[in-house]
Design a protein around this ligand. Structure first.
Ligand code: SAM
Length: 280
């Protein structure tokens, strides 16, 4: 087959990323977004939503471990967890590795993403039948407004904050998140690229700071996300997310206590990012 490339369009910056592919395994349009699954030469199968790579078979664990475990281990006893987005099941898989977890509610607006992930990514969507898991297909922005003082940890694994995902990065949403968390609850959300989306990261952080006493930022390198330097924003009521409050007792391929401690931005640089003196 002659060289065929999938070209990803960044939703914000005039940048394209190309991936050599051997075949298209699935193409469909749900009520919310275009869904594609392709077989790539280097990364294995890739899930693509509205033309943007969500994850790949080869390296999904970097992202799913790093979005999940820092806040799960910063919390002393996370039992009741809410995941908004994450319909592929990767975050759910990581959350359910924690023996403390009694219930994990996954709320993804698009049921087609859940079904496609179960079919093409069984190693990612492998925990959907866990008795502790509850899978709902609703708008997370609406769902969360019905809960007060309910969750220990809330993780938002959404698509880029455009369209129906934008609401998940607003001050109003973070107010609902704060109210839905228990008194020692902690939130984390993927907050885009420090290279290409710095303005979004800063907006995200400022919206969190309006609602949480403790806000922080950590990063990891994701080879299929724009600019590779991917950020995660934390809002916490009590716990310092930089500290690990119990033994790291889950099986992971990348995350560890050392990775946790070194993932957060150095305090001085973090301040420069927030106050806008870091620009280029
Ligand atoms: N790991 C990917 C990333 O960082 O780009 C995201 C993976 S996951 C597939 C993203 C999910 O967010 C999608 O399945 C989408 O349906 C869901 N989503 C977006 N906005 C949502 C909302 N308002 N409520 C619930 N789910 C939402």
């Amino acid at each position: 087959m002659k060289d065929v490339y999938f070209m990803e369009r960044d939703p914000y910056a005039p940048i394209r990323h190309c991936y050599g592919i051997s075949k298209i395994l699935y193409e469909g349009k749900s009520k919310y977004q275009e869904i594609q699954v392709v077989e790539s030469h280097y990364f294995g199968k890739m899930l693509i939503l509205d033309g943007v790579v969500q994850f790949t078979e080869k390296n999904e664990f970097f992202y799913h471990e790093m979005l999940t475990h820092p806040v799960m281990f910063a919390h002393k006893n996370p039992q009741n967890v809410l995941i908004i987005g994450g319909g592929d099941g990767g975050i759910l898989r990581e959350v359910l590795k924690h023996k403390t977890v009694k219930k994990a509610v996954l709320v993804d607006i698009d049921k087609d993403v859940v079904e496609v992930s179960k079919k093409f990514f069984p190693t990612v969507a492998c925990s959907m039948d866990d008795p502790r898991a509850i899978i709902l297909n609703e708008d997370g922005f609406k769902y969360i407004q019905d809960y007060k003082n309910e969750f220990d940890v809330i993780i938002v694994d959404s698509t880029d904050p455009v369209g129906f995902a934008h609401v998940l990065t607003t001050e109003e949403f973070f107010k609902y998140v704060f109210e839905a968390l228990k008194e020692d609850g902690i939130y984390v959300g993927q907050s885009e690229s420090l290279h290409y989306h710095l303005d979004i990261v800063v907006r995200f952080q400022k919206a969190l700071k309006k609602n949480f006493p403790i806000v922080d930022l950590y990063t990891t390198v994701i080879p299929v996300y724009a600019g590779y330097w991917w950020s995660f924003s934390v809002g916490s009521k009590v716990y310092n997310p930089r500290e690990i409050s119990r033994d790291v007792d889950v099986e992971t391929r990348f995350y560890s206590d050392e990775i946790h401690k070194n993932a957060f931005l150095p305090p001085n640089f973090y301040q420069k990012v927030l106050n806008g003196t870091f620009k280029y």
